[in-house]
Design a protein around this ligand. Structure first.
Ligand code: DLL
Length: 436
């Protein structure tokens, strides 16, 4: 099979996969019960003994783990091996309080690297690829995660890290990068800089992009593919569960395959905490089944998405997750209406009159929430005529209303006025003091 790193695993019959998952789950529960006091207490409290977990069906007996549990045990409290076995530490900066700290053994790094190698292969990467990694290197898992995977595939890796966008362009030109790995918002910024520098895209060797770490819509994918003249593949992951490569897109570009031989995925209803049927939106929950350093049982990601177990046209059998709507904590509630920033992105991009650069601001005026959407107008559509701009503003207003049911103040902004992102884009400024 083309572009498949490990066909034996990635295309394994599901009944075989589920048998392996059950066995690994059993071992994992024994591992955490023995080595992590937090889990031992939690399982004891729930009246569960490791011997109660015999196969995959028993997953539902297990308690959930939350981000707060990681924070409460900061920094190393949930590690299941002595520090002498930990060879790498990453962390993700939370919006408040302590960062979430994660640790990996040598085997964890090898497993993670293997997952990323699957993602890179699925995006067409191989030993003749030149891969420019423009995710940040450091505590963030993006840079090193993609880097190790690319080396395993045998590609020539350019560890560019994020930022210094003109130099990124120079690397693309001079080093002949065929794959670019960065956030989708940074890919757009790079595309814009290429244009500003007068580089003809056709002179580049770029073929594919591996973009993730933040939510992005189908319309954004089309825009990036057009601007960079490449195929853009989505990659999903979170530091708590290894990092990038938990899910990755194949040539079908129709959902991200989850590495189910290493992770059990569920989608649950956030109110009842019960699993929802495939195809319905809910919160993604992961259980690591091969991880040594920081194993997690039923970890609630807060990412809202849906899954399918249907066989993919690419031949892989691993379940696929759709594009996430975003995190439940990124969801805004405006005048009682739930709103994900990605819905605004879709509404803006569908009409095609504006740049894919926007910022959502929410404030409370009196007792009412005010939603403002600032969006850059493309140079071609920029006009000195107020009437023409007013028409565009109206079209955007209607598009947002149709998609979200909300009335937004639409502010058209001149091109390049909004801050560009070199990593994860900030799409929302919420000025309401909701905690007060
Ligand atoms: O963002 C890991 C990563 C690096 C993924 C590079 C892909 C590429 P964290 O910083 O811990 O890890 O953030 C994890 O980012 O729970 C999602 O909310 C969001 N996220 C990650 N990938 C995607 C994606 C990395 N493809 C959090 N689509 C996750 C939507 C994503 N959201």
């Amino acid at each position: 099979m083309d572009n498949c790193w490990d066909p034996k695993i990635e295309c394994m019959p599901r009944y075989e996969l589920e048998k392996i998952q059950g066995q690994r789950l059993k071992n994992m529960v024994e591992h955490v019960y023995k080595n992590v006091p937090f889990y031992r207490n939690k399982l004891n409290k729930a009246g569960i003994k490791p011997s109660d977990i015999k196969d995959l069906e028993d997953l539902y007996k297990l308690p959930f783990t939350s981000k707060a549990d990681l924070r409460d045990n900061y920094p190393y409290g949930l590690f299941a091996v002595p520090m002498s076995d930990i060879v790498r530490i990453h962390a993700s900066s939370g919006t408040s309080g302590y960062p979430t700290v994660v640790g990996y053994t040598k085997k964890d790094i090898a497993d993670w690297t293997d997952m990323v190698a699957r993602a890179i292969s699925a995006a067409g990467g191989h030993q003749n690829s030149v891969m420019q990694v423009a995710y940040g290197y450091g505590l963030f898992t993006g840079g090193l995660g993609l880097h190790y995977g690319a080396e395993l595939v045998g590609a020539s890796v350019i560890p560019a890290s994020g930022g210094n966008t003109k130099r990124q362009v120079q690397l693309l030109q001079d080093f002949g990068s065929s794959i670019l790995a960065c956030t989708p918002s940074y890919a757009l910024y790079i595309a814009e800089t290429l244009k500003d520098m007068g580089v003809d895209i056709k002179t580049l060797s770029l073929k594919a992009g591996i973009f993730g770490a933040e939510p992005w819509t189908e319309s954004m994918r089309k825009e990036i593919e057009k601007r960079l003249n490449i195929k853009a593949y989505d990659i999903y992951g979170l530091s708590e569960i290894y990092g990038p490569g938990v899910g990755y897109e194949c040539c079908a570009q129709n959902g991200m395959h989850i590495c189910e031989d290493k992770i059990i995925a569920e989608v649950i209803d956030t109110d009842t905490l019960q699993p929802v049927p495939d195809g319905q939106y809910g919160e993604l929950v992961f259980t690591t089944i091969t991880k040594e350093g920081l194993p997690l049982l039923r970890y609630r990601t807060r990412d809202i998405c849906k899954i399918t177990r249907e066989k993919c046209s690419c031949g892989r059998t691993m379940m696929r997750m759709g594009k996430t709507r975003g995190r439940s904590d990124d969801m805004l509630i405006i005048r009682g209406v739930n709103l994900f920033p990605t819905q605004i992105e879709s509404a803006l991009m569908e009409i095609g009159l504006v740049e894919p650069q926007y910022l959502i601001e929410v404030e409370r005026v009196g007792i009412l929430d005010e939603l403002t959407v600032k969006v850059e107008i493309s140079t071609e559509n920029f006009s000195d005529e107020i009437r023409q701009l007013e028409e565009i503003r109206n079209t955007i207003f209607k598009s947002i209303q149709e998609t979200t049911g909300l009335h937004a103040n639409v502010q058209l902004i001149e091109s390049k006025m909004l801050t560009r992102s070199e990593g994860k884009a900030i799409r929302v400024i919420d000025k309401r003091n909701l905690a007060a």
